[in-house]
Design a protein around this ligand. Structure first.
Ligand code: IPE
Ligand code: IPE
Ligand code: MG
Length: 224
């Protein structure tokens, strides 16, 4: 398999919980657990870049209790999990509007990025407080500050995803058929795959089925 970049919109935690008459926070915890093992599985499958949409900038406008619950999960597990990534040789990169996150979480993120910086087996990109429109506007502003016109290649390097290749495959769980402000620029020629399953129910086997479907796609990039 050539070096693949897979992106996942991990949606459906809230509905997963609702179906079980549990609070939404239980869905987020279940989603987080699922994410941890799916990350291992994806890198074992040879995926080189895995980009996970964990929290959008707009999600921060949800009720305070839910947002705090998400930050709580992050605070509890992040340091230990980043040590695990380090052991596995996986580099962590976080993309998004960092200034929208609490100070202590920003510190956890930069510590984890520094700790894992020399990982060469693969890159895990976590989109947190992320919004593609915000990212594009920030890239435009960087170009404006540099005071000159940019090429397509230079513009892409100004995005939070910097030197990463664009995603080959984008999976969205949870049944919605939209991008919800994720990688709008980078996904120009990405193959899209939608699963009805809520993210906590999305198994390693489901991930393999998405890879299989991807391998059967004919990517033409506008050619014939
Ligand atoms: C995705 O699940 C995780 C986050 C957005 C944090 P949701 O919380 O959007 O779950 P649903 O879509 O309401 O089921
Ligand atoms: C997209 O899901 C964001 C994440 C999964 C992190 P949302 O639940 O926020 O998307 P909408 O509101 O259904 O478009
Ligand atoms: Mg949702």
């Amino acid at each position: 398999m050539t070096a693949l970049h897979v992106a996942i919109i991990m949606d459906g935690n809230g509905r997963w919980a609702k179906k079980r008459l549990l609070p939404r926070g239980a869905g987020h915890r279940a989603g987080f657990e699922r994410m941890l093992s799916l990350v291992d599985h994806a890198f074992e499958r040879g995926v080189k870049w895995l980009t996970l949409y964990a929290l959008s900038a707009e999600n921060l406008l949800r009720p305070k209790e839910e947002v705090e619950g998400l930050f709580g999960i992050f605070r509890t597990y992040f340091p230990e999990k980043s040590r695990k990534l380090k052991e596995k040789g996986i580099r962590l990169l976080v993309i998004g509007e960092r200034e929208l996150l609490p100070e202590d979480i920003r510190r956890l993120i930069s510590d984890a990025e520094a700790l894992t910086a020399d990982g060469t087996r693969g890159t895990l990109v976590l989109a947190l407080a992320y919004g593609a429109r915000q990212e594009i506007v920030s890239a435009v502003n960087k170009a404006v500050r540099a005071g000159r016109e940019v090429t397509e290649e230079e513009f892409s390097a100004l995005l939070y995803t910097g030197e990463l290749p664009p995603p080959d495959l984008l999976i969205r769980t949870g049944g919605e058929l939209r991008l919800s402000n994720f990688l709008l620029y980078q996904a120009a020629y990405t193959e899209l795959y939608f699963s009805e399953k809520f993210f906590p129910d999305f198994t390693d086997g489901d991930f393999d089925r998405a890879l299989e479907a991807f391998s059967l796609r004919d990517r033409r990039f506008g050619r014939i």
